[in-house]
Write a protein that binds this ligand. Sequence first.
Ligand code: ARG
Length: 464
Amino acid sequence: MSADKKKIWQGRFSGQSAQEVDVFNSSISFDHILYKEDITGSIAHARMLGQQGIISAEDVNEIVEGLEGILMDIQTGDLPFDPAAEDIHMFIEAELTQRIGEAGKKLHTGRSRNDQVALDLRLYVKKEASAVISQLKDFEAALIKQAEAHLETIMPGYTHLQIAQPVTFAHHLMAYAQMILRDITRLHEVIAHTDSMPLGNGALAGTTYPLDRQFVADQLGFGQVTANSLDGVSDRDFVIDAVYALSMVMMHLSRLSEEIILWCSQAFHFVELDDAFATGSSIMPQKKNPDVAELVRGKTGRAYGNLQTLLTMMKGIPLAYNKDMQEDKEALFDSMETVKLALSAMTPMIATMTADTKSMRQAASKGFINATDCADYLTKKGMPFREAYGVIGGLVKSCIEKDQTLEDLSLEAYQSFSKLFEEDIFQVIDLKTCVEKRDIEGGPAPKAVSQQIEKLKAELDKLD
Ligand code: ARG
C-alpha cells in the first residue's frame, strides 16, 4: 500500500494520519509471518459466509481463488509484503480487493481484525507448539541414545558442585530427559488451552450476522469456540502460556548447557564436543570453545524477558481489545524462534559429543564419594545410622590428614574405627557396587536406569 493510497478505515477521517504514526502503528514488519494463518482463516470464514447465505457462492469462489493465489504468490516471492501496509490483515484484504474487486470487499462481513488477529495467533501457537514438540522429541532421542551407551559409565554426582555420591552418565542425562518430557507435556497443555476459535466475537460484542461459528471451528481444526466475545478478542493467556512453556524449555536447556560448558573445561574434561559443534578463538590457537552451549545459556534471558513483556503488557488493559496487544507478537515469535534455533543446534551437539569415561571415573574416585556407603555398611551391621555417620566422619578426617582415600586403608585401619568392619568392606566401597546397589526405582543402577528409559519411551509414545 503506497502512502497516498486510501486506508480501509479512511471514511471517518478528513485528514491523513501522520507518516510517523503510520510507521509507529504498523506491525507488518513482524506480523507478516502470520500470512498463512490469515489466509486459512479467511478462507474458512468466506466458506461459512457462503454456507449461511450471507454472501453468494460465486463470491465465495472468487474470494477463495483470490486468497489461494495470494498465498501462492507470497510463497514464491512474487508478492512482497508492502511495508506501508498497516498489518498483514489489511495487506491481504487490500490485495484481494485489488485482484478480484467487489467480492473482495465482502470478505470482512461479520468479522473484525480483533477476532481475526486472535484467530491467526491461535493457529500460529498451535502449529508452532507442535513443531517445538517434535524437535523436543528428537532431543529426547539424542539424550536417550547417549544414556543407553553409558549405563555403566560411572561419574561423580554432585550437590553444591561438591562431589557427593557416584551416579552414571546415563542417569545424569536421563534427569534432563525427564525435564524435557515435562516440557512436551506442558506444550500439549498449551495447545489444549489454545484450542478455542474466536471468529464470531467481532470487534468485541459478537455480530448480528447468523454466523456458524462451529462450522469455522471444524474447518480450522479447533475443538471449541470461545465462550465470551469480550474475552475472546482480548484473551492472550494462550500466548503467555506458550511463552512460559518456552521459558521452561530454555531454562532446562540452559542448565544442561552450563554442565556441558563445565564438562568441556580442562578442570573436568568429562566430554569432548564434535568439531562441528565447537568454535575456535581468533587469537589463541589451542582453544576449542563450547559456544553453542554458551549461546543457549545466554539466549535464555530473551525468553524470560519476553514472558515479562507479555505479563506486563496485559496487566492493566481494560476489556476488550487495546492496541497494546499488538506487542504480543514480537515477544511470542522471538521466544518460538529462540527455542527452535537452540534445539536445532543442541540436538546434534548432544548426539555427537563423546564422553571421556576415564576422566569421569577418575573424578569419581576423589572426594570420598563412597563415604555414605561406608556408613550404610555399619548401619546394616547393626550400628544406628547417626552413630555410623559419626564414625565415618572421623575416618574421612583421618584420611584427609594422611592424604589417603577410603580405598587406600587396610582392614586393620578400618577396624581401628569400628570392630564391625570385615573383609567385605572393600567390595562395598567399590564404586561399581555403590552404583549397582542403588537399584531402587529412579536410582542410578544400570538396571534401574534401563527401566527408567523404557518407561520414558512409553510416555513419549503416548504423547503422539
Ligand atoms: N495489528 C493488530 C494487532 O496485532 C491487529 C488488530 C487491530 N485491531 C484494531 N482494532 N486496531 O493487534
